[in-house]
Design a protein around this ligand. Structure first.
Ligand SMILES: [Zn+2]
Length: 282
């Protein structure tokens, strides 16, 4: 059996068992094995890789691995222009848009809260997720690394973190989204961009106190939901700022109190009491 020496860099090591991280290791392969096969056989989805060197020279995913090759693989830098050597994949997505797998419903709502175009359905199948990602040039975020091994998926990312705070921080950092954040612009439920609406037109749908206290309202053209800046707005803004300032300090990460953000900034529960406090039903 032929073998090659594989060395993974930076976060690509997340896919390896502890004893193989940050160190060269041997990997056996059969006839016709491409370097994409070799990497994915080691557990690394191709969407996570942006540069492969074989014996010091850049190669594409289709490169046929040869006995004794030394293969180095480097991760995607979605947010940065890396050198012309990064010829493996299409250009980085300059306007990051996302499609999320069925396990990431809360993250979908938070990304919408931050203003990012995010498609999520709790009944998406793997096939459909991959198709939507490819057809609409959306970054596929998933907790299933296997999903990213599908060849039609060119932009994808395996979400490492498991708590919502860390996930939000991880994605913002990973895709360098901070400067693009636009809070409270998008419907949390259906992803449409909100539009201002005259209070008189929706006054009959508002709770009495809301009608008294607020003047500015937005409506979702997709699902007709009404939004306004209720008392939770400030708390949510602080929460987001805190989350994005997390860095690597795990002490800062505690479960948010009660039913936090997405649903509460506009208190839609007063309009549709049966919708809260349930999970997303997008
Ligand atoms: Zn909507």
């Amino acid at each position: 059996m032929k073998s090659a020496i594989l060395r993974l860099y930076a976060e690509l090591n997340d896919f390896l068992p502890a004893d193989r991280r940050h160190t060269p290791f041997s990997r056996a392969f059969g006839p016709g094995t491409t370097v994409k096969d070799l990497l994915e056989g080691a557990g690394v989805p191709h969407t996570e890789v942006d540069l492969i060197l074989a014996n010091g020279k850049p190669v594409g995913f289709a490169y046929a691995v040869r006995d004794g090759d030394r293969i180095s693989a480097y991760p995607v830098f979605e947010s940065l222009d890396i050198s012309p050597l990064a010829c493996l994949r299409p250009q980085p997505l300059r306007q990051p848009r996302f499609v999320l797998d069925t396990h990431l419903g809360r993250l979908a709502r938070y990304l919408r809260l931050l203003g990012f175009d995010t498609i999520y359905r709790n009944n998406f199948g793997d096939e459909e997720l991959a198709r939507v990602s490819a057809a609409e040039c959306r970054i596929l975020l998933t907790r299933d690394a296997g999903l990213l091994k599908r060849s039609i998926v060119t932009h994808g990312y395996w979400v490492r973190e498991t708590t919502i705070r860390r996930q939000v921080a991880e994605i913002v950092r990973r895709f360098d989204l901070t400067s693009r954040i636009a809070l409270f612009r998008r419907c949390l439920r259906c992803n449409a961009l909100l539009e201002p609406i005259d209070k008189d037109l929706i006054a009959a749908r508002l709770p009495a106190m809301t009608r008294l206290l607020h003047r500015e309202f937005h409506i979702c053209p997709g699902c007709d939901r009404i939004y306004w800046r209720g008392s939770h707005h400030g708390r949510m803004t602080r929460w987001i700022e805190e989350v994005l300032g997390i860095g690597g300090d795990s002490r800062a990460i505690e479960p948010p109190p009660g039913k936090v953000p997405p649903d509460s900034w506009a208190k839609p529960s007063r309009l549709r009491p049966r919708e809260l406090p349930g999970p997303p039903t997008i």
